[in-house]
Design a protein around this ligand. Structure first.
Ligand code: ATP
Ligand code: MG
Length: 311
């Protein structure tokens, strides 16, 4: 039997309608041809620089895109193509978001009440909340705090507790670890792994390559609004000799444990995207062919890559 992904993003595109000087309207495409699959029981880490479209992908999956955004492509949950109202139904129940900003907490509601909304088993709700707080070294009294009484790290833990309380099928965690102390970070990563081992599917958005490599099964590399490579985490072993895309290889070399060599240049802005390969400006392997058209996302050795020269 062929296993079906629990979540599938197919050819996602997102553009924003904006007003420029002289009140002219223009469409700015910030995500294009984005593809991703997530299976039950696995952790896929999305790694990519700031502005590469990681949070927008999460917003699109949860039906939380701003008014001026226009989305193309499809998002499937258990094989069903999701419409806006399906996303709203699944949100916070089968599918939960750990948002990037701690401002998602309701400033007027006590912490315990906010976590309580997610707890399915209403009978021993108070105990579940207390256990979740204690797990991350938060005192039971924190349930009585308002968000303004929390430090950044505490607020992050509350967001995680709220997500875990829902016992969901999919967790999408958008930068869940900044501000966490070392012990809590270890605990959170361990929890993600345990949840995945018990069948939950987890998409972890992060800047922290080391954390990603510690717990993920696959790494998806985002760049200028698209996926350049998806590989098994083992492909990063042995100096990354099995990696496919020049950008992923460069990111791997930039790791402190490898060469610590930074990558020259920056990701192109959404309004200045090259016609061909999005990485071409920074690629030492670039040829004329790379500048002609966007490379297709093709399968190589159990992974996917968007580079015509990858082998
Ligand atoms: N409401 C909006 N209107 C116009 N452009 C937007 C809007 N929201 C996001 N963008 C643009 O879309 C791109 C992707 O943004 P996104 O927030 O997904 O990046 P990210 O990868 O999550 O970055 P970070 O690592 O900093 O969180 C950016 O170039 C951003 O400026
Ligand atoms: Mg983001």
């Amino acid at each position: 039997m062929i296993k079906e992904p629990i979540l599938k993003v197919s050819n996602l595109g997102i553009s924003f309608s904006q007003y420029t000087k002289g009140l002219k309207r223009r469409d700015l495409t910030v995500i294009s041809n984005m593809d991703l699959e997530l299976y039950a029981g696995e952790i896929v880490a999305i790694v990519g620089s700031s502005g590469s479209g990681k949070s927008l992908l999460a917003s699109a999956i949860f039906g939380l895109l701003p008014e001026n955004a226009r989305a193309e492509g499809e998002i499937y949950y258990q094989g069903m193509c999701l419409k806006q109202r399906d996303k709203e139904k699944l949100r916070g129940k089968e599918m939960v978001l750990v948002p990037q900003s701690v401002n998602y907490l309701d400033p007027l509601q006590k912490v315990g009440k906010q976590i309580a909304i997610s707890v399915k088993n209403k009978a021993n709700r108070a105990k579940v909340i207390e256990n979740l707080l204690n797990k991350y070294n938060l005192a039971s009294e924190v349930a009585e705090y308002y968000p303004f009484q929390l430090s950044g790290g505490m607020a992050r833990k509350v967001l995680l507790a709220t997500a875990f309380a829902a016992d969901p099928k999919i967790i999408i965690a958008d930068e869940p670890t900044p501000g966490l102390d070392k012990d809590s970070l270890k605990e959170v990563l361990k929890d993600f792994r345990e949840l995945a081992n018990s069948g939950c599917a987890i998409l972890m958005i992060t800047h922290d390559m080391e954390a990603a490599l510690t717990i993920a099964d696959k790494i998806a590399i985002f760049y200028a609004g698209t996926t350049l490579e998806i590989s098994n985490v083992q492909d990063f072993d042995n100096q990354g000799e099995l990696l496919r895309h020049p950008y992923t290889k460069a990111l791997n070399r930039a790791r402190p444990m490898i060469e610590f060599t930074p990558i020259e240049g920056t990701q192109p802005f959404a309004d200045e995207l090259p016609k061909g390969c999005l990485f071409s400006d920074r690629c030492s392997l670039k040829t004329e062919k790379c500048e002609k058209e966007r490379p297709a996302f093709r399968e190589i050795r159990e992974g996917k890559v968007r580079c015509i020269y990858a082998t």
